[in-house]
Design a protein around this ligand. Sequence first.
Ligand SMILES: [Zn+2]
Length: 425
Amino acid sequence: MALSIRILTFLSITCIALNTFAKDSYIIADAYLDVKSGQLLTKPTLHIRDNKIIAIKLNGKMTIPAGAELINLSGKTLLPGLMDMHVHLSGDASDNFLAAMNYSIPRQTIKAAKNARATLMAGFTTVRDLGASGYSVIATRDGINAGEITGPRIWAVGHAISITGGHCDDNFSAPERRVKADGVADGPWAIRAKVRENIKYGANAIKVCATGGVFSKGTKVGIQQLSYEELKSAVDEAHMRGVVIAAHAHGTNGIKAAIRAGIDSIEHCSFMDQEAIELALKHGTYLSCDIYNTEYTLAFGAENGVPEENINKEKMVSKAQRESFRVSAKAGVKMVFGSDAGVYPHADNGKQFSRMVKFGMTPLQAIQAATMHSAALLKQNLNLGQLKPEFLADIIAVDGDPLSNISLLENVTFVMKDGVVYKQK
Ligand SMILES: [Zn+2]
């Protein structure tokens, strides 16, 4: 008897607690985009409870209780919150390139907090940060999750993993200064240890640098850096720990080795050949091609102090990368949206949509890359990437039809993350 009274008391307290904290709101709009079918559905009403979508009904078929919180987005089209799978929140492209390398980790963390807020306000409710010094973005993520600062959901890799002297090492200093990036490791077991170290300090994604890159000194974009054995050990360790792993890879051999090793996404993917496309199709590998930022680097790089070596590499890569994007998309390779924001100004992420359409995608495919496909890459396809009952209430709106004008995604006018409104105009 005493026990059942105790259970009843517990249940009623729980119910009171649930009632006390459950927050209901309703959104009405002109339309919403079902990103899976590509249909624009008219006059939706969405019922949001706390951080979840509870129900969606069309054409006024949902009764909104009197006195309920109503968010009136008449004239607007709703979409799922946008997702960018390649950002670097702790840096600003407009800072002097070499001077910014001497920013302290606390300074970089402040930058990351500022840029996280700007990114959310641009409609990107989820991002994956692919490399920052000193766990600065992991601290930013934790601050956002604790409600102390404002920003998107973040998957963060900690330090990008690189060979000695590779793209993600720091090669700009004289040898006697003994500068080495924290993500440097050589050999399969050392690489495994680096994956473990990143996870130990909070990484919920991993990145390896499989080839040379544009913004490093003395690396060649087309040249493979991590061996297949090293890539395989990183992939095995990350997957054993249940973590998604990305490979920075421009060059063809590095792309193929990373795909064969079982990598989840290839970043940049500049020099794809037919075999690389077939391998990506066979392994279900996602491509994350940052095809917008070249415009910023070529226009403003010199002004921002980017060395000539790096600007020349950008010139060499950009045309090939856009062609690789075009043929890969046409072949049906799985694509996510990855912009490399930080190489160009944060909050301009949405400018990449129109370039994805220009270089071969339909507007719907570009939107799917930034929603349901990115959610699938992160293994969040039951929580994120669509507007559906039981999904998290990450919702944005634009003023019009994004399928007929993709550039509308550069001007997101409503942002909700986790059921909380951050922007409405
Ligand atoms: Zn990057």
